[in-house]
Design a protein around this ligand. Structure first.
Ligand SMILES: *Cc1c(COP(=O)(O)O)cnc(C)c1O
Length: 438
């Protein structure tokens, strides 16, 4: 109990603080940042990065006013944020943030929902349930496919292949949830030699050994050579890729899946960036056969341009996913606190978490199925345009631009390096030329 006669200075300050004024102040900085995004440096300059020194120092001994904190973040923080949400950022395979998603995220911060259970937040669980149906429909996945939002595709793959592992072991009447992997039957893992590093990480984390994968040779574009696929069986986890990191190449999903389905293998598709191609009439041939897989990973924070962090795990077998994640019965949370409605925490390894589906829902609502497809078409058209202009300027374009990425090469490695990175702040930072005082 708080002693009513004594109120600490901290509580006194908080009690008198106008939250409305604080939110308006923060929203003011946010609006200014967003309005200037096309005029800001894409990567922060050295002078701006030096400002980050202000944020450090020793542990603050005394409370600070919220207004002051927001001023510091609105100054040094905004000055050093990377303008990845603007239209001039082409680094990595990062998406921006569509207005509906960004604004929904601001509101969602005020709601501060714990999305773990329906009883804790009906809106957060209901929105995730709605997104489950919408996303499976947009991607053309089987009815009843389960979905949950996670931090990103690394996490989505980790969760999906844990469900795969346990489901494969259950075929040998082995309960991995109870017995662990001690003395468990063998599982084979087959993937393309150009699989994303997150796949290797996930395999090693869940005890399937990142180093004992059967790698299928890939062509120069990073797609699996389907004719080099080994014999598969019903104790195999096959991991395919929809959209390779550097080239955007897709494995030949339908023929490979048909073969794997006949063998009874579990098929997981890492479609962090590529799954959204399914929404475009012009590009959906790339994902043909997608619905034959058992689980999928996708990133709404990439091709859908939802704000971070918005990854998606999808699994055909809802029961397998929930069982692998420990289900409600192992959570120690009183079942009577639950309802017959969806509890997000049954689907992933998280319990308390943000209501990510607020932003996901807002982005899907804002674009609609048609808009999501058009956005993929537009990204593809831009990549084709860039590749053509670079080719005209003498660059060698290293792959057919089938999706939204391509590699470009200029004469030799050192000339490529000089031409592409010379003037970017990122280069300066890597060179250590921006000495940041902590
Ligand atoms: C980005 C990416 C990942 C990792 O996704 P995160 O959201 O960064 O965790 C995995 N696979 C592919 C093909 C990717 O492009």
């Amino acid at each position: 109990m708080i002693n009513k006669k004594y109120v600490s200075p901290v509580l006194e300050t908080l009690r008198n603080y106008s939250l409305r004024a604080g939110i308006e102040k923060a929203a003011g900085y946010a609006a200014e940042y967003a309005a200037e995004i096309e005029d800001r440096p894409v990567y922060p300059r050295c002078e701006a990065l030096a400002e980050l020194g202000q944020l450090g120092g020793n542990v603050p001994e005394h409370p600070e006013l919220t207004d002051k904190i927001i001023d510091i973040l609105g100054g040094a923080g905004s000055d050093t944020a990377v303008s990845s949400t603007g239209g001039r950022y082409f680094g990595f395979v990062m998406g921006g943030s569509l207005p509906a998603g960004m604004c929904a995220g601001i509101l969602s911060s005020a709601w501060d929902q714990n999305a773990a259970k329906y009883a804790m937040s009906p809106v957060a669980n209901e929105l995730e349930d709605i997104c489950e149906k919408w996303v499976s429909d947009i991607l053309g996945l089987p009815d009843g496919t389960a979905m949950a939002t996670v931090g990103g595709s690394s996490n989505a793959t980790l969760i999906a292949i844990t469900a795969a592992r346990d489901a494969l072991l259950a075929r040998k009447n082995y309960d991995a949830g109870r017995n662990g992997l001690f003395g468990a039957p063998e599982i084979r893992v087959v993937t393309g030699a150009a699989a994303h590093p997150s796949v290797y990480r996930a395999l090693s984390v869940i005890g399937l050994g990142g180093g004992r994968i059967e790698e299928v040779p890939c062509g120069p574009d990073g797609s699996m050579q389907a004719d080099a696929l080994p014999e598969l069986d019903d104790m195999t986890l096959l991991i395919l890729q929809a959209g390779a990191l550097h080239t955007g190449a897709f494995d030949e999903i339908r023929p490979i899946c048909e073969k794997a389905c006949r063998a009874g293998a579990w098929i997981h598709i890492d479609g962090a960036i590529g799954l959204w191609a399914a929404a475009s009439e012009n590009l959906k041939h790339l994902t043909d056969g997608l619905e034959l897989a058992d689980s999928w990973a996708a990133d709404a924070h990439k091709g859908l341009n939802a704000p971070y962090d918005n990854g998606i795990v999808l699994c055909r077998d809802r029961g397998a996913l929930k069982k692998a994640m420990g289900g409600a019965d192992l959570s120690g949370i009183d079942a009577s606190a639950g309802t017959s409605r969806r509890d997000n925490m049954d689907y992933t390894f998280e319990m308390s978490r943000r209501a990510r589906s607020v932003e996901l829902w807002a982005v899907i609502k804002s674009l609609g199925r048609g808009g999501i497809g058009q956005m993929q078409d537009e990204l593809h058209a831009k990549a084709v345009y860039f590749a053509r202009r670079l080719a005209d300027a003498g660059f060698e374009i290293m792959n057919d631009v089938t999706f939204i990425q391509f590699g470009a090469h200029w004469k030799d490695d050192s000339a490529t390096e000089k031409n592409t990175q010379r003037r970017t702040g990122f280069r300066r930072l890597l060179d250590g030329r921006c000495g940041i005082q902590r």
